[in-house]
Design a protein. Structure first.
Ligand code: ADP
Length: 188
């Protein structure tokens, strides 16, 4: 299966992506994780991405698209993949369409995890205390939510129009949310 996981920061995409990846036997590809790994290793890609990430802004599309194109061309993606955190802009949607078309592939479903704003801010502040992510400060969290509302929320409509969107409540226990996602996939 080729899947996209959509949802605001703090909705639990990363956690659920790992669960689904294990259950479905497909790699979970998190653009945020790839960027953070590159920042950690001080690669040129990391240096390019860091300023944007620290400010809660999106890394430029050209950088992100090239990275994803390269990643889905790896052999472990032949049988499918789950994209976590990509696409996030309409331009990325168009680019992903082109990448998949070139490969003779298509998306099977787009899962949207929904969450209310107060809850996600609390979750992210809690995570900041544990993981110390540079972009988990209150100001940057608010900016990430704004950028999501402006640039990424409109993607749900695009995928709904294609009949691909499955909306799933991201609130509740991890296992509960995973069951909802799996249920949504079965109806896909
Ligand atoms: P979250 O969903 O909690 O914001 P991520 O780990 O998915 O966290 O992303 C962290 C940061 O990485 C984003 O704020 C952004 O700067 C960058 N990033 C991740 N995915 C993309 C993308 N598809 N396009 C542009 N920037 C991205």
């Amino acid at each position: 299966m080729r899947l996209v996981l959509l949802g605001p920061p703090g909705a639990g995409k990363g956690t659920q992506a790992k669960e689904l990846s294990a259950r479905l036997g497909i790699p979970a590809i998190s653009t945020g994780d790839i960027f953070r790994a590159n920042v950690g290793q001080g690669t040129p890609l990391g240096l390019q991405a860091k300023t944007y990430m620290d400010a809660g802004e999106y890394v430029p599309d050209a950088v992100t698209n090239a990275m994803v194109k390269d990643r889905i061309a790896q052999p472990d993606c032949t049988g499918g993949f789950l994209l976590d955190g990509y696409p996030r802009t309409l331009a990325q949607v168009a680019e992903l369409d082109a990448m998949l078309a070139e490969r003779g592939e298509r998306l099977d479903a787009v899962l949207e995890l929904t969450a209310d704003t107060d809850e996600v801010v609390q979750r992210l502040l809690g995570r900041a205390a544990v993981e110390g992510r540079a972009d988990d400060t209150e100001d940057v969290i608010r900016r990430r939510l704004e950028v999501y509302a402006e640039q990424t929320a409109p993607l749900a409509r695009v995928y709904a129009d294609r009949g691909l969107l499955r909306r799933v409540d991201g609130m509740g226990a991890v296992a509960e949310v995973t069951s909802r996602l799996v249920g949504a996939l079965h109806s896909a």
